[in-house]
Design a protein around this ligand. Structure first.
Ligand SMILES: [Zn+2]
Length: 189
């Protein structure tokens, strides 16, 4: 059979092939080409580089896996966050914060101090000259400590909740950043 004239589909270089050949390599751009014959045309088709295709598919698969892992992580965090929030009196929920705990303790202590100031004033008016409360008011010191005790209790609870929340949030953010970085590496963006 005679040699046939062809052009490379990729770079357009003029090529020659033996009549019965089905595949050839372009001498200019090194593309692997398939010779497509039909009754009225003769052309070449670039064969996909199998290795590159497989690598591309593997990257795409890994990117899909990472996207799924990210959405799973986000969903899990939203569910976990619900359990870490503090319920408000109006039915809403809010993120626990250390500062609120500290504020509760300060308010409790201020109330206790105010209680003692008022009680002391009351005592001195009622029993001028007395420097210790009389029997009837002996419960004052014990009641007076209540606001401070409640404030410190609320503070302890708020701070413990805030710690748990912050810890879980930091873990979620670290895992998310790791997945996102791996996804960026796969997609090259
Ligand atoms: Zn070529």
């Amino acid at each position: 059979m005679d040699a046939i004239a062809l052009s490379c589909q990729k770079c357009g270089a003029a090529l020659r092939a033996e009549g019965a050949e089905r595949f050839l390599t372009c001498g200019f751009c090194r593309s692997r080409l398939e010779i497509l014959r039909s009754p009225d045309s003769l052309r070449t088709k670039v064969l996909e580089d199998l290795e590159r295709t497989n690598a591309g598919l593997a990257r795409e698969l890994e990117a899909t896996r990472l996207r799924l892992a990210l959405s799973d992580l986000d969903r899990d965090w939203h569910a976990e966050r619900e359990t870490l929030m503090v319920r408000g009196e109006n039915g809403g929920s809010f993120r626990p914060r250390r500062a609120w705990g500290v504020l509760a303790a300060v308010i409790g202590v201020v109330q206790t101090v105010a209680w003692y100031s008022i009680a002391a004033g009351f005592e001195s008016r009622r029993f001028p000259g007395a420097d210790v409360p009389r029997d009837g008011f002996a419960f004052f010191p014990y009641l007076g400590i209540l606001p401070a005790a409640i404030g410190i209790g609320v503070a302890w609870y708020q701070i413990a909740r805030a710690r748990a929340y912050d810890h879980a949030l930091a873990r979620y953010e670290a895992e998310r950043a790791d997945l996102a970085a791996r996804l960026r590496a796969q997609t090259g963006t």
